[in-house]
Design a protein around this ligand. Structure first.
Ligand SMILES: Cc1cc2nc3c(=O)[nH]c(=O)nc-3n(C[C@H](O)[C@H](O)[C@H](O)COP(=O)(O)O)c2cc1C
Length: 214
């Protein structure tokens, strides 16, 4: 009997040890952060969706997506973003460049940003702000794009980030949408109700984590 108890205790300790060796035990993870955490669930469920049902995205949903986008952080809180909502088939075709994902989605949101910002030169207290390049526009617009993707996932919509910043794409999109010269597109996010059964990819690779040094 006693031998059995000792074996059981060893087995329990081994299992607990395995969990701890992988970083954080399952119980610790549940207790601190992920149990009943809808935001975390949405982050882990998001996936690119490229096929859509024939069902429109409502105006209320579009409004919520835009608000989520603009809740993003931005360098110096400049909020340089501009969002173009596209539901018109002719405009989708014009910006899509033959991309079926864009033309088949009921909604595309083009996330753009102002590449120029008005700021006082560094270290200068007074004086007028002057126009200078915003070095952070791509980071700021990326934060908007990710917020929109996550908001779409949270509403049961499917979405995919398609590149709009490549020089060959950016010029076409700028012209088709009549964007001012300083407003650059970063992403054209196609959005609709998923037609397929896309699943999130498991990308967790602990070997990519480095503590305190490489
Ligand atoms: C900067 C960027 C550009 C992308 N461009 C495209 C694109 O042009 N067309 C496309 O179908 N997907 C595009 N994607 C989506 C990626 O292919 C997708 O995120 C990646 O395969 C991982 O899959 P997941 O989103 O399902 O996790 C882009 C994603 C990012 C972040």
């Amino acid at each position: 009997m006693r031998k059995f108890e000792i074996k059981m205790a060893a087995a329990v300790m081994a299992i607990a040890g395995m969990a701890v060796c992988s970083g954080v035990s399952a119980k610790e993870k549940d207790d601190c952060c992920t149990k009943s955490n809808p935001a975390y669930d949405v982050i882990m469920s998001r996936k690119s969706v490229r096929t859509y049902a024939d069902k429109p995205v409502s105006e209320a949903q579009i409004d919520s997506l835009l608000r989520a986008g603009m809740a993003a952080p931005s360098a110096m809180n400049i909020q340089p973003w501009e969002l173009i909502v596209i539901t018109d088939d002719a405009v989708k075709a014009a910006i899509g460049g033959g991309n079926r994902v864009i033309t088949s989605a009921p909604l595309t949101i083009v996330v753009c940003a102002d590449t120029v910002m008005m700021m006082r030169p560094r270290g200068q207290q007074g004086g007028e702000p002057v126009a200078q390049p915003n070095q952070f526009w791509q980071q700021d617009a990326s934060a908007v794009a990710e917020n929109i993707l996550l908001a779409a996932e949270s509403m049961g919509l499917g979405a995919v980030w398609t590149s709009a910043s490549r020089p060959d794409r950016a010029g076409v999109i700028q012209k088709a949408l009549g964007l001012p010269e300083n407003i650059h597109p970063l992403a054209a996010i196609a959005i609709g109700y998923p037609a397929g059964n896309d699943k999130p990819k498991d990308k967790w690779k602990p070997e990519k984590v480095h503590y305190n040094k490489w």
